[in-house]
Design a protein around this ligand. Structure first.
Ligand code: MSP
Length: 494
């Protein structure tokens, strides 16, 4: 049986349309999924939509439509985004899928049978957009939500509670035994100190809401949307393939990718819930940073969003994938802008890589009529280059295992640049003029094809469409020039 790899994105809220921030996480997860498939592993890559809860119900009512209608409309847009990004997700889950809802009911009933659920009264400051109560320490001056900058409301509610506090010891033990459970390290520290600060029990249900998964033992309640949502990672495996249950094969997940605003849900509530339900814990939660525009987190509630569909329309999905993982160090916050995107496109995709590919193919076609002398495994790498390529594949794999997606890409890019220098150093256009140096020319062209093939295979998870075109050209029995991989695009006026 091949090794398995299961990666997830957060499931996105359907109270608004997809934006670049959502595209970012989906792209990153896709890079990991494609990389692990290249390694011959059986991969399951999950994304989807989070459709219950107050924000969705409120947004629907504001539009004068039913929550289900809003959810259907926006879930479709998220579903359509994935393939346009070149994302190869194996399933798209919606929390309104009845199979998901049944699993939520079953797992949370087990949590109750295991003694982790009780009835009590909750009072606190609540943000309707976050659908979350805020701890006193997080509340901004003027009693505003620190994320949405809107008024918090004092809420008091009779609820079923999840006895999170009872899992404090087990959570601390988890962090002690598995320091890789949360990455990067700063996020691990943040979560651990939150746990050590003392955990309070949290509401598991909401009474006044109806847009949610019904609580089987109390018909007046629905489950608090976060518990419903988190369970998507687990429930999806049971119904993604009709007639087949993939849970045994893929659970526990290897990596949950998230951004930092939902850290606590994933690194405290989620493992606690799984412990309370006797379900195995995931391997890792990797927390990336925010894409910022003009210094603020892009978010639908703030309105400062870039439309990924527009970018893809003009430049293609590969360019967007490359830009986001190259320009913003994965794991940290970073600013994005149209100007920076255009600069990277031009200097790196079009010049460093696209031109290299065009030049190499053109030279093989022109100087050798498209045919190179090949050994059994194709042309070999010049020892001059081999040194710089040595161990590259292993290094990239090791970095991607640590979710260092930007560092891995940079390692590959250094070799793209090395190949460009090799072209200049060897000047095949000079060699071709001297018949006595035909062997040298074969060696140089052969090395370029071999080196280009290595970087292209390693770039495949990042640039799936363009690398496929190039690999076909490189592997053809007779090499012919190709259209530019990254053609010049009129710069935008902004
Ligand atoms: N529905 C919850 C998640 C439930 S998971 C069980 C949610 N949805 S969301 O639509 O708000 O999506 C949040 C996620 O989208 C972030 O964690 C991140 O993955 C991605 N991003 C949204 N905006 C982003 C940026 N500006 N920058 C980086 N990532 C962004 O929270």
């Amino acid at each position: 049986m091949p090794k398995t790899f299961y990666v997830t994105t957060p499931i996105y809220y359907v109270n608004a349309a997809p934006h670049l921030g959502h595209a970012y996480t989906t792209i990153a997860a896709d890079v990991m999924a494609r990389h692990h498939r290249q390694r011959g592993e059986a991969v399951f890559f999950l994304t989807g939509t989070d459709e219950h809860g107050e924000p969705v119900a409120d947004a629907a009512h504001a539009l004068g439509i039913e929550p289900q209608a809003l959810a259907d409309r926006n879930a479709e847009r998220f579903r359509a985004l994935a393939p346009r990004l070149g994302a190869s997700n194996d399933f798209f889950i919606r929390t309104t899928d009845p199979q998901h809802m049944a699993v939520v009911q079953e797992v949370l009933s087990r949590v109750r049978e295991n003694g982790f659920v009780y009835k009590g009264v909750y009072e606190g400051w609540y943000c309707p957009r976050c659908a979350d109560f805020k701890a006193e320490s997080e509340i901004d001056e003027g009693r505003l939500c620190p994320i949405h900058h809107i008024d918090l409301v004092r809420e008091e509610e009779e609820n079923w509670f999840f006895a999170l506090s009872r899992l404090q010891g087990r959570l601390e033990a988890l962090y002690g035994e598995r320091p890789e459970f949360v990455a990067p390290r700063t996020r691990y520290n943040e979560s651990l100190s939150f746990i050590r600060g003392g955990l309070r029990d949290v509401p598991l249900t909401r009474r006044r809401l109806t847009w949610g998964v019904p609580v089987p033992w109390d018909s007046e309640h629905v489950f608090y949307v976060w518990f419903d949502a988190l369970l998507n990672y687990y429930s999806a495996l049971s119904f993604a393939r009709p007639g087949e249950d993939l849970t045994e094969r893929f659970w526990p997940a290897d990596c949950h990718l998230i951004a930092k605003e939902i850290l606590r849900f994933h690194t405290v509530y989620w493992p606690a819930l799984l412990m309370a339900a006797d379900i195995a814990l995931p391997g890792k939660v990797f927390v990336h940073g925010y894409l910022l525009m003009e210094g603020e987190k892009m978010s639908k509630s703030l309105g400062n969003v870039i439309d990924p569909f527009d970018v893809i329309e003009r430049y293609g999905a590969d360019a967007l994938r490359f830009y986001l993982l190259r320009d913003v160090s994965f794991g940290q916050d970073g600013s994005v802008s149209t100007a920076a995107f255009e600069a990277r496109y031009e200097s790196e995709l079009a010049n460093d890589y696209g031109n290299l590919a065009s030049r190499v193919l053109a030279m093989v076609a022109r100087y050798r009529e498209g045919v190179l002398p090949r050994g059994p495994d194709g042309p070999a790498l010049d020892p001059l280059l081999a040194e710089d390529f040595d161990g590259l594949g292993e290094r990239v794999a090791e970095l991607i295992d640590r979710v260092e997606l930007t560092v891995a890409l940079d390692e590959i890019w250094q070799r793209v640049r090395r190949l460009n220098r090799y072209v200049e150093e060897q000047a095949p256009w000079v060699l071709v003029k001297d018949p006595a140096r035909a062997g040298d020319l074969d060696r140089v062209l052969g090395s370029l094809v071999a080196g280009l093939r290595v970087v292209t295979v390693l770039l495949q998870p990042y640039l799936p469409a363009s690398t496929e075109r190039l690999l076909q050209a490189l592997d053809a029995p007779v090499v012919v020039p190709i259209e530019p991989l990254f053609p010049r695009v009129e710069a935008s006026s902004t």
